[in-house]
Write a protein that binds this ligand. Structure first.
Ligand code: UGA
Length: 434
């Protein structure tokens, strides 16, 4: 089947490349000519493990192409995905749907054959109705249906998540559209990946409810970690002890400096706006958003506390800046608030991140970015592990001790064993552990 992907951002590009790998004929369309130029030259606009190779392989097989021309791109496509950005609207936290609406209008203007228009962008409940209205008003007279097909992939593990999903959600009541979507996901059907068919509105809610629930799980364990610190428990044991209960599950119970990224912070806010507008308050999600926001800066204070009475003029090395490993994404990364809190206290900050420094630099201009972990650590009064990149899991502790001014390690991801670090002569502070 020919598939058109409108929007070659994170979700669009990964989904497009994976659909091509399933054997479909995929065209990715983007209004940004420089992005399309780079893609056509074989350059990836984002860092995602395995994406390079996947794109190249499918371009070579003539199953994947990139264009700025929407009319040409959607021509003959049985499914046209809208995978454009839905950032937070400035000022009120609502999802900004202007890109989705513009894409729908443009598709409507050019659609000359029956097709299913599928929203993959994360959009508030009711957006599918709006997309349908825009398409109708654009004057197209061909048969079409609008379906919702939210995406659950994680940055850094996107290709695996797409090809081996926990489930696929397809929201439409139109039988013909369901058939088209079955064809789109045929290889995953054959793999017996669970497929949830629902109404369009339910599918739109599923996406936000899933992200809000995961954000809640993280925030819950973060607060339990704080309690453990106060009363002398070990949050790792607590997480394991509760996670082995099948009703709770072990995933997303890793305490840390708070969730960041392009999804959880923005999606929880957008969901709260929908809840408020519909007079159905979501008090739990409200608390999650608040608790998480204040946690990021609190982690900065946790670091300042270990610097003693006079933090001013001391030096702290941040290892890891991105909101999680295996991405260069800096959106809402806890490192931003942590670095700012340190700088506000007069602390000198150095940093190293394997992929994120280019995007981090403008967000923290006062932080000195260094070419590797050991250079960042040199002369530090404290080292802080902010993001759990594999490269930081096996630091040469002897070398680290020689380089630092004081052997103090604040591990905000609990990637080291306290005994090991203390045995190596470090003052070791982690999250929710004695
Ligand atoms: C998240 C969801 O996991 C995906 O299912 C969803 O498709 C995506 O948002 C989206 O809506 O597009 P992502 O933001 O890429 O994916 O990253 P996650 O792996 O979920 O991590 C989010 C944040 O939570 C990170 O800052 C991470 O460090 C933090 N986290 C995660 C924890 O602090 N503890 C955990 O146990 C898990």
């Amino acid at each position: 089947m020919k598939i058109a992907m409108v929007g070659a951002g994170y979700v669009g590009l990964v989904s497009g490349a994976c659909f091509a790998d399933f054997g479909h004929d995929v065209v990715c369309i983007d209004t940004d000519p420089s992005k399309i130029e780079r893609l056509n030259a074989g350059e990836m606009p984002i860092y995602e493990p395995g994406l390079d190779e996947l794109v190249q392989r499918n371009v070579r097989a003539n199953r994947l192409s990139f264009t700025t021309g929407l009319a040409e791109g959607i021509s003959g496509a049985g499914a046209i995905f809208i995978a454009v950005g839905t950032p937070s609207r400035r000022g009120d936290g609502h999802a900004d749907l202007s890109f989705v609406h513009a894409a729908a209008a443009e598709i409507g203007k050019n659609l000359d054959h029956p097709a299913v228009i599928v929203t993959k962008s994360t959009v508030p409940v009711g957006t599918g109705d709006e997309v349908e209205r825009i398409l109708r008003e654009s004057g197209t007279d061909v048969h079409f249906a609008v379906a919702s097909n939210p995406e659950f992939l994680r940055e850094g593990a996107a290709i695996g998540d797409f090809k081996r999903p926990d489930r696929i959600v397809i929201g439409t009541d139109d039988e013909w559209a369901r058939g088209v979507m079955r064809e789109v996901y045929r290889p995953l059907f054959l793999n017996r990946s669970p497929i949830v068919f629902s109404s369009r509105r339910s599918a739109e809610i599923i996406k936000y409810a899933a992200n809000a629930f995961l954000a809640t799980k993280i925030t819950f364990i973060n607060e339990i970690a704080d309690l453990c610190e106060k009363v002398g428990g070990d949050v790792q044991d607590v997480a394991r002890g509760i996670g082995l209960d099948n009703r709770i599950g072990p995933k997303f119970l890793h305490p840390g400096p708070g969730f960041g990224g392009s999804c959880f912070p923005k999606d929880t806010l957008a969901l709260l706006k929908t809840a408020e507008d519909n007079d159905a308050p979501l008090r739990i999600v409200e608390s999650v958003a608040k608790v998480n926001e204040s946690r990021k800066r609190a982690m900065g204070r946790k670091v300042i506390d270990v610097l003693g009475e006079a933090p001013r003029g001391k030096r702290v090395a941040l290892l890891g800046l991105t909101f999680k490993p295996n991405t260069d994404d800096m959106r809402d990364a806890p490192s931003i608030a942590i670095a700012q809190a340190l700088i506000d206290a007069g602390v000198e900050v150095t940093a190293y991140d394997p992929e994120g420094m280019e995007l981090a630099r403008p967000l923290m201009p006062e932080v000195a970015m260094l070419p590797n972990a050991y250079e960042a650590i040199e002369g530090a009064d404290a080292i802080v592990i902010v993001t759990e990149w594999d490269a930081f899991r096996a630091l040469d502790l002897g070398r680290v001790r020689e380089l630092v001014r004081a052997p103090v390690l604040v591990d905000l991801r609990n990637i080291y064993e306290p005994e090991e670090l203390r045995g190596a002569g470090f003052t070791y502070i982690s999250v929710g552990r004695p």
